[in-house]
Design a protein around this ligand. Structure first.
Ligand code: NAG
Length: 113
């Protein structure tokens, strides 16, 4: 009986460790990729990237994305964008604190070559 209780305790503890790890990462897929707010975040990401880099990427579409709650929301979007020569996918991370009207592009990277 003690052994069973002990095993149960161990699995509960292990289970909560795993659950805590998942919560710390906490990225959830965006279900409606066509949401106008997602489009707005994507447009902001490409415009801000262009402003900072001097590139002239144009957003084609949002391919997919995830969000993470962190004193606001992190959006991790996979975007297709076109420069003078080609269309590629990029990963953009935008941190938004909507109630403060704060938004920042924290990362923008090309996914291929
Ligand atoms: C926005 O993100 C960039 C890149 O991480 C950072 O250098 C910059 O300080 C941030 N700006 C603000 C206002 O948080």
């Amino acid at each position: 009986m003690m052994k069973v209780a002990c095993l149960l305790l161990v699995s509960v503890v292990l289970g909560s460790v795993v659950a805590t790890d998942a919560a710390a990462v906490g990225w959830k897929p965006i279900k409606n990729i066509k949401d106008p707010h997602v489009a707005e975040i994507a447009n902001y990401a490409v415009t801000e990237h262009d402003r900072r880099s001097g590139q002239k990427l144009k957003l084609q579409k949002v391919v997919k994305g995830d969000t993470q709650v962190v004193a606001g929301i992190n959006y991790r979007l996979i975007l297709a964008a076109t420069d003078a020569s080609s269309t590629r996918n990029y990963e953009a991370i935008v941190w938004e604190k909507a109630w403060l009207h704060f938004r920042n592009l924290t990362s923008f990277t090309s996914l291929f070559d």
